[in-house]
Design a protein around this ligand. Sequence first.
Ligand code: PMP
Length: 369
Amino acid sequence: MCVRALSSLRYKDLQITLTKTPTRTSGDDHLKFGAHISDHMLEVDWTAEHGWDIPQIKPVSPLHIHPAAKVLHYASEIFEGLKAYRCVDGKVRLFRPREHLRRMSATAERACLPAFDQSEFLKCIQKLISVDQEWVPDSKNQSLYVRPTLIGTEPTLGVSASNKAKLFVITTPVGSYFAGGLKPFSLLADPKYVRAWTGGCGGYKMGSNYAPTVAVQKNALEKYGCQQVLWLFGDDHQMTEIGTMNLFIYWVNEQGEKELLTPSLESGLILPGITRKSVLELSRQWKEFYVTEGNITMKTFIKAWNDGRIMEVFGSGTASIVLPVQEICYLDQKFNIPTDTDTSLTQRLFNEITSIHYYSKPHHWMETL
Ligand code: PMP
């Protein structure tokens, strides 16, 4: 009997159908995040029987999936979020795309969704962006957000691995969070809620981690006027993440040393952010202060705050790069944090990463199309 090998995802099979009605209008860049989807999408189907089908770039259109598809019932969905920038030399580059696709592969494995060839997939994504080049804003505080997504589409209601899946990518031009400079924000740390738990999926980027956070976020804003949630974990109220950002604390530690501290990934609670990794790598190269991945509880934080040892707190993530925290609300107390943005470490990191993004400082993290 002849057994046919499963097909892998191959860039050379890519088929392209262009839209007859392009919709890009230049200059309209006061954009609500993710509201303006570019003209084309990438779509590839997979079956357990045959493997990956032919990848296609085509005009954006609704997905054709059965109402019994597993994604609609059991959140069999994973995604990534990365950005392409129009650089100072006019070329379009992606920021650390291989890191994003590595994280996506790890998430796919955890979600029992199919593996894909990361470099072939990257070539397809690069082609998609070059097809929609005009959608990459020509502005130093804007970019094209790229959203690769993988869903389980088998139309059966059993809770089991999906024998059908769909991989697709859409893109959207996004404006800056920083039109008026680095705007500090406040956090609600309410120990009543957790985002992730030991042995769970906090360290992976899957849709099921996000839907349950929306009500908590809404409550933080409406009841307390806090823009983001600081997620705590455990009886000792460990500080873990901020909304959809990683957490950094720049302080003078108990030994009297300047230190940049971020929660460690070892617990599995925390998403291994690509911006987090970049902040750690850059600040370790500077060799100006200690850079540590370790745990910090609210009790340790409050002691340092009372001693006047907290210098800065900030979040890091693809959407915002770095964003300073001005206040933490916790158990009816408010802790104000200095945000002297001109001379801050947050501002320095923002400047450094921005000059890498737009290539005024050429860096191997950026990949051309
Ligand atoms: N934590 C969570 C929960 C997130 O959703 C994100 C955004 N992807 C981050 C941290 C930051 O990750 P990155 O720097 O890769 O965007």
